[in-house]
Design a protein around this ligand. Structure first.
Ligand code: BMA
Length: 827
């Protein structure tokens, strides 16, 4: 197979509807250079035709871009030898979204799904020498509105309602954390393929035995041939399975039969097993598939395979109603601490493999085990899934539907089927992929409209929730047929008669922040079998704010700050949580710290409270917690724990501590406090629990010490810490879990709310030695936040410091940079 990637001389201009396409292409006015893959906004930005949409209020000034049609053109040369290499196919791997493609004036493709890789025969239109490819992109907004006018207005949360009619990334329409930037463009490569025969598909499901003693890789290769080339030597497929060190562990050579299907089964004894982050290594085998004719290799595919065993267990629980929702990997139940992932930029074509590596490394370093690719974004780039395979992050993969009452008419379903088949085929070989999920919150919005009758199982097209035909019929059929080894889940949240059921399936716990705006301290009681969303807003890191905020707008309630908080009543809800928790101050730095403090406390309470319910076999009452959200697509005050500039917010470190293999927890109890610890390792851990009570002046009021045994892979209750909870003098109770003399985990329980506590400045003292910083205090310090320049990797941050328990953090890259330290009561 020969390939010609059309990434060279692309031009772009606004389409002139008064001209026919030929004239418009020929007319030299108005063209600007364009990158492919890329988007119109990026080209206009590069040409200085629009301001940076992220800066200030500029988003409002660039909406016209989404209302226009745009014309791309690319002139390219084809060598005659290319045409001799076989029939030529034009491949448009991703067109956003409603596009018409013209090759030398011939209309060769009508596309209207951003998630479908389009392939059309280019033979008749292509010629040796100079060729012209033109792509017209229609305004998604206009097309959506037209379909809405024809098919009816449908309900949505977030963005313009017409979005449900377009198979386009839904967050482009604006979301409660993102700007409305209705991009258009070839967001994936455009290329020509010439081949008489090629590898059309390789399916290689892996089956690992329960005892992990062997693995079977069943390989199904589909070869597409053009019989014009028959006769000069038989077609064959060579398979090679290569171990993580590069040694060929098995190979096979097979002739390609008439149907073009080839099957082979490799059995790997004592396989190197792929484990999620924190549970072992992520060895990756390589499966090489080569299409040969005689000694000539015609085409080649390589896939990296992690050999692991995956099950989703929904079983009765001892002493609890409902059923569990446990991901079992390699016969080991795994508590899935992690986060929701959204597209890491409004313009994903700007992202580099390095961007993905950085963010995935941040997630893995935070002891996360799972990321959920959320249904309002995109099926991510290969670099994302490759990265998750490499660092051991399991992926909960939504199909791209979010917060809407989607149509389900035949044309729409046809488009969705093509999309689902293409994406399942593309992603199914990844070891990281743990679950296919039908949509995000479409059952929630349907339920809120009274349109969801869980018991109904008839013809959904006759109901006011026709999209069930997609989530409960179309998508499961595609997944079962093309990827039978992986579980499918109809939606998130889903399970039981009520999408908010706490005893079955997954749940979006928004009782805190949305809905009742419950205090974050109540998070533990909003547990569920699997919490797939929850969150608290916080401002980004100051440097990120400054990157998009004019100097005179750098105060908490400025128009620009409000514009960069997209949540419904976002600034008001934040103000409420700040008011409930802290003494409000008015500088931007105080506001940033205060919002980040509350986010840190809130997420800590949630993870700590829910992981306590990971009680062991038959009692995994809460088996996962995925925070909304890991990342951002632009600079914004929002739920992310790592801001758009990849700068971790304080909550990032709190999450990391709460998801550490060993963690300890304290909670108020009638006669003092209750303590527990989590041991996520596969070994029993012997240690010491030391619990001290301190007064505001740092005086030690009591100490409890006890030997503890922590069984593997569960939370263990460590009993009561008795003290008089009304003891005014008592400010904070602090627990340390010690193993072999080392502190492996800490927890604190403070008198709350913090706004009622008057404290002296804790006078934090720092000793620096290279990249190590040792901190100590004489009186309790809450929320110690260390800051220096970019690029410093903190081993820990945003922690509490107690007298007699100094802490040392490593700050890789700190060098002799100035260091700021602040805490809740430091002036
Ligand atoms: C859930 C998510 C997103 C949303 C978030 C915060 O609804 O699925 O749609 O951004 O909550 O409101």
């Amino acid at each position: 197979m020969r390939q010609l990637i059309l990434s060279g001389d692309w031009r772009l201009k606004q389409r002139d509807p008064a001209r026919d396409i030929g004239d418009d292409c020929a007319n030299d006015d108005g063209w600007i250079p364009a990158c492919v893959p890329g988007t119109v906004h990026e080209a206009l930005l590069a040409a200085g035709r629009i301001p940076d949409p992220f800066y200030g209020l500029n988003e409002c000034d660039v909406q016209w871009v989404g209302e226009q049609d745009w014309l791309y053109r690319c002139a390219f040369d084809v060598d005659p030898s290319f045409l001799e290499a076989g029939p030529v196919t034009l491949c448009c791997d991703g067109l956003d979204t409603v596009a018409t493609v013209w090759l030398n004036g011939e209309r060769v493709l009508d596309a209207d799904n951003m998630f479908v890789p389009w392939r059309v025969d280019a033979g008749a239109s292509l010629r040796p020498g100079r060729n012209l490819l033109a792509i017209v992109f229609e305004s998604a907004l206009r097309v959506g509105k037209a379909r809405e006018a024809e098919w009816g207005v449908r309900a949505v949360w977030n963005g313009d309602a017409s979005r449900v009619y377009l198979r386009k990334a839904q967050y482009h329409y604006g979301w409660d954390w993102g700007p409305c930037l209705l991009t258009v463009g070839p967001w994936r490569p455009v290329r020509l393929e010439a081949a008489f025969a090629r590898i059309a598909d390789v399916h290689c499901p892996v089956d690992v035995a329960g005892d992990l003693g062997s693995a079977t890789v069943s390989v199904h290769v589909t070869v597409a041939t053009d019989h014009a080339a028959d006769g000069d030597g038989a077609l064959g497929v060579r398979l090679r399975l290569i171990d993580p060190r590069g040694a060929v562990v098995a190979q096979a050579d097979m002739p390609v039969g008439g149907a073009g299907e080839v099957e082979w089964r490799f059995v790997v004894p004592d396989p190197e097993i792929w484990w999620p982050n924190g549970y072992g290594a992520q060895p990756l085998y390589r499966l090489e598939t080569t299409l040969v004719r005689g000694d000539t290799a015609l085409d080649r595919r390589e896939q990296r395979l992690g050999l692991r065993r995956l099950r989703l267990l929904q079983e009765p629980l001892a002493g609890e109603p409902g059923t569990s929702f446990v991901f079992e990997i390699n016969s080991l139940p795994i508590f899935c601490g992690g986060a929701n992932w959204i597209p890491a930029d409004s313009f994903t074509t700007r992202l580099t493999p390095q961007d993905y590596q950085t963010q995935l490394a941040q997630a893995a370093a935070a002891n996360m085990v799972m990321l959920r690719v959320w249904g309002g974004g995109v099926y991510e780039d290969d670099a994302f899934y490759d990265g998750c395979d490499e660092v051991g992050l399991l992926v909960w993969q939504d199909f791209m539907f979010a917060c809407g009452m989607y149509p389900a008419h035949a044309l729409f379903q046809q488009s969705v089927r093509a999309e689902a088949e293409a994406q399942v085929r593309r992603l199914r070989h990844h070891a990281c992929l743990a679950l296919w999920c039908g949509n995000n919150e479409d059952y929630s919005i349907a339920q809120s409209l009274g349109a969801y009758d869980a018991g109904f199982d008839g013809d959904f097209s006759e109901t006011s929730f026709p999209a069930r035909a997609i989530y409960e019929r179309l998508l499961p059929e595609v997944c079962t047929r093309l990827d039978p080894t992986r579980p499918y889940w109809p939606g998130s949240p889903y399970g039981g008669g009520d999408t908010n059921d706490q005893t079955v399936g997954d749940r979006h716990t928004w009782d805190v922040w949305h809905g009742a705006m419950a205090p974050y301290q109540d998070y533990p009681r909003f547990e569920a079998r699997f919490v797939s969303e929850f969150g608290m807003e916080a401002a980004p890191v100051r440097a990120t704010i400054e990157s998009v905020t004019p100097p005179d707008e750098r105060y908490p309630q400025s128009r620009t700050m409000d514009h960069h908080n997209k949540s419904t009543d976002g600034p008001r809800r934040l103000a409420a949580y700040l008011n409930d928790t802290l003494r409000v101050r008015d500088t931007l730095d105080d506001y940033i710290y205060a919002t980040q403090f509350v986010q840190s406390e809130a997420l800590g309470a949630a993870y700590r409270g829910w992981r306590r319910h990971w009680h062991g076999p038959g009692r995994y009452a809460v088996a996962g917690a995925l925070v909304w959200q890991l990342n951002d697509c632009w600079p914004v005050t929002g739920w992310a724990i790592v801001d758009f500039a990849r700068r971790p917010k304080p909550a990032y470190y709190t999450v990391r501590r709460e998801l550490a293999p060993l963690a300890v927890g304290l909670a108020r109890a009638t006669k003092g406090a209750a303590a527990w610890a989590v041991n996520a390792t596969r070994d029993t851990v012997e240690g010491d629990l030391i619990v001290r009570g301190y007064g505001a002046d740092g005086a030690e009021l009591f100490t409890h010490e006890r030997r503890v045994t922590l069984d593997p892979n569960r939370a263990t209750e460590l009993g009561a810490i008795d003290y008089d909870p009304t003891w005014d003098a008592l400010l904070v109770v602090a627990a340390r879990l010690m193993v072999r003399g080392e502190v492996v985990a800490r927890a604190t329980l403070w008198a709350e709310p913090f706004k009622y506590v008057t404290m002296p400045d804790p006078a934090i003292t720092l000793e620096r030695e290279g990249d190590r910083v040792r901190l100590r205090v004489t009186s309790p310090a809450k929320g110690v936040w260390l800051e220096a320049g970019d690029g410093v990797e903190w081993s820990d941050n945003m922690f509490d410091l107690l007298p007699g328990d100094p802490q040392t953090v490593t700050a890789r890259g700190l060098g002799d940079q100035p260091l700021q330290v602040r805490s809740l009561w430091s002036s």
